[in-house]
Design a protein around this ligand. Structure first.
Ligand code: PLP
Length: 403
């Protein structure tokens, strides 16, 4: 039987997922997931065609405020396709955040291009527009047609800002400098579903946006992704490239190298059910953020995440900074102490300019990313985190700071 809960019941209190372990982020599956997936099984529409794929795409396009949405197997695949749409080629360079999960940098390498890492700004921890502008204006030469990195001689072909942790990057200055040099802006909005930049949904502000629905994102399909755009030609191209570039579906004629990147109807069914709950999930994340804000802000050596005046922050991954001098405990030590008390936390990613996987790429110094990496710790913030579980996290942190 499918559990049918009212919206208020869905977010009501109750015991933590397991009585004695509080995970960092777990999915929330309390809506029509069972019902829709069962319908796929009952009707035999389990694979890459089906009404749920169309519905899921429509829901995402509506939410993002774009004309088109193309479902993909995961967010990384969407980013790979976005590189191809933007015409990024081997030995080009793409400007990207240094403080991010590695996927966008990898997607740049998939097409043989090179990431050019830009430091984070210290307040909201997003890619620093001043860094982007400085590199493009001063680090590159422009002949009216192509922009070239003065140091490497490579063509700079696109800008890939990553909105991290549910907070938007400051896009207006990035869009302005992109327009100056005719560069497409690809938004990695994989962590930003539900967040807004100056009232606009993330993913719709640049030329193309990418979403992810992996297990810890604000909605999940188990694994999945989406590419959104207003560009009809790019949308058609994305649809083509994600389905093995089939030019004649009967004769199996292919005029280009394509990819098997389509999301299945089964997973899209789960996505539709999750999308129905997105507003509720965002509300839950923001409530969790408010409660952390109220109880943690007075503790010594802890800095809480902020919301810029141009931002609507989902607080998807609630992350704080620990100033060891004042807190008398380093972020990693705090992580270990909390783990010993069965509270799961996580540091941010090793900044990608430090990654061995990308050690052949240009790596200007990114001191803010390095500092944030040293200090940041993400706290339990599942949509279904109960009040009692959150209280326990708060009390435990309070007992460990400043001692
Ligand atoms: C989750 C994520 C992705 C893509 O994830 P998939 O697991 O491929 O769906 C890309 N970029 C960032 C910043 C992410 O957090």
């Amino acid at each position: 039987e499918i559990p049918q809960l009212s919206p208020t019941e869905k977010l009501a209190g109750g015991p933590p997922p397991s009585e004695d372990f509080i995970p960092l982020i777990v999915p929330e599956i309390r809506g029509n997931e069972w019902k829709y997936i069962k319908e796929c099984l009952d009707t035999n529409w389990v694979s890459s065609l089906g009404s749920y794929v169309d519905r899921f795409e429509k829901m995402l396009a509506e939410r993002a405020g774009t004309k088109y949405a193309i479902a993909t197997v995961n967010g990384t695949a969407a980013l790979h396709i976005a590189m191809l749409l933007a015409g990024v080629q081997a030995d080009d360079e793409v400007v990207v955040s240094s403080l991010t999960f590695i996927a966008p940098a990898n997607a740049i390498r998939y097409v043989g291009a090179w990431p050019l890492f830009i430091d984070a700004e210290p307040r909201y921890w997003q890619i620093n527009p001043a860094g982007v502008i400085d590199f493009l204006d001063k680090g590159c030469s422009w002949d009216g047609k192509a922009l070239r990195n003065r140091r490497t001689g490579r063509r700079v072909k696109a800008i890939l800002p990553v909105h991290i942790l549910g907070h938007p990057a400051d896009l207006d200055p990035i869009l302005a400098v992109a327009a100056k040099y005719s560069l497409p802006v690809i938004e990695d909005a994989t962590e930003g579903l539900g967040a807004r930049y100056r009232g606009k949904s993330l993913g719709s502000v640049g030329h193309v946006g990418c979403f992810s629905f992996n297990g810890n994102k604000i909605i999940t399909t188990g694994g999945g992704g989406m590419l959104v755009t207003d560009n009809a030609e790019w949308a058609a191209r994305a649809r083509y490239l994600t389905t093995q570039a089939k030019d004649d579906p009967i004769e199996y004629v292919h005029n280009a190298i394509g990819y098997n990147y389509r999301l299945t109807n089964l997973l899209a069914a789960m996505g539709c059910a999750q999308m129905e709950q997105l507003d509720m999930f965002v509300e839950a994340k923001r409530q969790i953020a408010i409660r952390y804000q109220e109880s943690l802000s007075s503790l010594p050596g802890i800095r809480l995440p902020e919301e810029a005046d141009w931002a609507f922050n989902t607080f998807w991954m609630y992350t704080v900074l620990i100033d060891e001098k004042k807190s008398r405990i380093a972020s990693r030590e705090l992580l270990r102490e909390l783990a010993a008390r069965k509270i799961q936390t996580r540091p941010l990613w090793q900044p990608i300019h430090r990654s061995t996987a990308h050690n052949l790429s240009s790596s200007p110094s990114c001191p803010n990313s390095d500092a944030l990496y040293g200090q940041a710790i993400s706290l339990p913030c599942s949509v279904g985190l109960t009040r009692s579980a959150q209280d326990h996290v708060i009390e435990t942190i309070a007992s460990l700071l400043g001692k």
